[in-house]
Write a protein that binds this ligand. Structure first.
Ligand code: SAH
Ligand code: SF4
Length: 349
């Protein structure tokens, strides 16, 4: 599909068809705005007909839109082969953050997550990830020049570093000067901790904000909820995160879902403080979203607040993140899981 291509890669298609090169720029602008072939009236009709006969413009469309009580929009995206992935748009005082998916399903098997329930289905292509941004930007009234989205987070379904080539190609496309021009500092990549991928990202010159889904303070405890920990234990993940910080100068974020009876006692606070000593991170504590298919439960609010206070007293830079859109399946992978189960009871916008 055409959204897989950069402007430079689009150019040969234009010259092959005998069109002047400036048509590439015109076409690219339209593609980034998510315009339909019919709307591209500045391009000759016969050229458009031939081009869109051979290529799809985008491979991602919004199938359903849900609006949560807190104003968060959730989207179910359809891909060309009938697969679905999801995204969410959250408005804040400073702008709007879109959460996108990088894979259909996920093979990491974290025990609290709905995305991994059926394993990995397939990787998304760069254009399918970009297509989520283009489609939501358009739906939210934005254009290629005046975006309705200010920040991106790679926190939908999938493990971004398990689809390294597509994700980094997507990052290049979405930050391109002649495209949507996102700044890397406004993009967060969340990972369950594929240590070699984290190092590679830094070595390849990326400087997006890195979020580590830590969720535990000891290897045994982490392995019990995140099987990937057996391969890349905590010390290795945090070692790679430090390397990323040293190479990029970007403060790393630590995601920590508070799970009842698992990771919120006094010793966890002490161990977390020790693990993060001398490493200038920001810890995002969050209450686990309950997933019907999973047994784990969130900690209570008082216990969560107590954990936050303990961390602060130990000198850890932490805040509690509010869960957004949970009444319409805010948790990772829930919307898709519900769609697949054929019970789409969330309210329609
Ligand atoms: N695969 C990547 C990014 C997608 S998941 C990763 O794991 O980091 C995005 C975030 O949602 C991760 O921090 C993940 O741990 C978290 N998450 C998954 N299921 C959740 C749930 N039920 N409640 C709260 N957070 C959840
Ligand atoms: Fe995959 Fe992230 Fe879900 Fe774990 S939390 S199963 S890595 S999407």
């Amino acid at each position: 599909m055409l959204t897989d291509l950069s402007l430079a890669e689009l150019k040969p298609l234009i010259t092959e068809s005998g069109q002047p090169l400036y048509r590439a720029g015109q076409l690219y602008k339209r593609l980034m705005a998510g315009d339909s072939a019919d709307a591209m009236t500045e391009l000759p009709k016969a050229f458009r007909a031939r081009l869109f006969d051979r290529y799809d413009a985008a491979g991602t469309e919004i199938l359903k839109t849900y609006r949560a009580k807190d104003g968060t929009y959730k989207y179910l995206f359809g891909l060309r082969d009938g697969q679905t992935v999801e995204g969410a748009l959250m408005s804040q005082a400073y702008g709007a953050t879109l959460c996108v998916s990088t894979q259909a399903g996920c093979r990491m098997g974290c025990r609290f997550c709905a995305s991994g329930l059926n394993g990995l289905i397939r990787n998304l292509s760069p254009g399918e990830i970009l297509g989520q941004v283009v489609a939501v930007n358009r739906a939210a009234g934005g254009t290629a020049e005046r975006r309705a989205i200010t920040n991106l987070v790679l926190m939908g379904s999938g493990e971004p570093l398990d689809n390294y080539d597509s994700v980094t190609a997507f990052l290049r496309l979405v930050t391109a000067e002649d495209g949507l021009r996102f700044s890397q500092r406004n993009i967060s990549l969340s990972t369950s901790g594929l240590a070699p991928g984290i190092r590679r990202l830094a070595d390849d010159g990326f400087s997006v904000t890195l979020s580590i889904s830590l969720h535990a303070t000891a290897d045994e405890q982490r392995s019990a909820v995140m099987p990937i920990n057996a391969r890349y234990p905590i010390a290795e993940v945090l070692g790679a995160a430090r390397y990323y910080f040293e190479k990029t100068g970007r403060r790393v974020h630590i995601e920590y879902a508070m799970i009842e009876g698992l990771n919120v006692n006094y010793f966890d606070a002490k161990r977390l403080a020790t693990l993060l000593k001398g490493f200038p991170v920001h810890v995002n504590l969050l209450y686990l979203n309950s997933v019907p298919e999973r047994q784990l439960k969130s900690t209570s609010k008082p216990a969560g607040e107590r954990f936050l206070e303990r961390l602060k007293a130990l000198g850890v830079n932490a805040t509690v993140r509010k869960s957004r859109g949970s009444d319409v399946g805010g948790a990772c992978g829930q919307l898709r899981a519900r769609h697949e189960a054929g019970r789409n009871e969330a309210p329609k916008a």
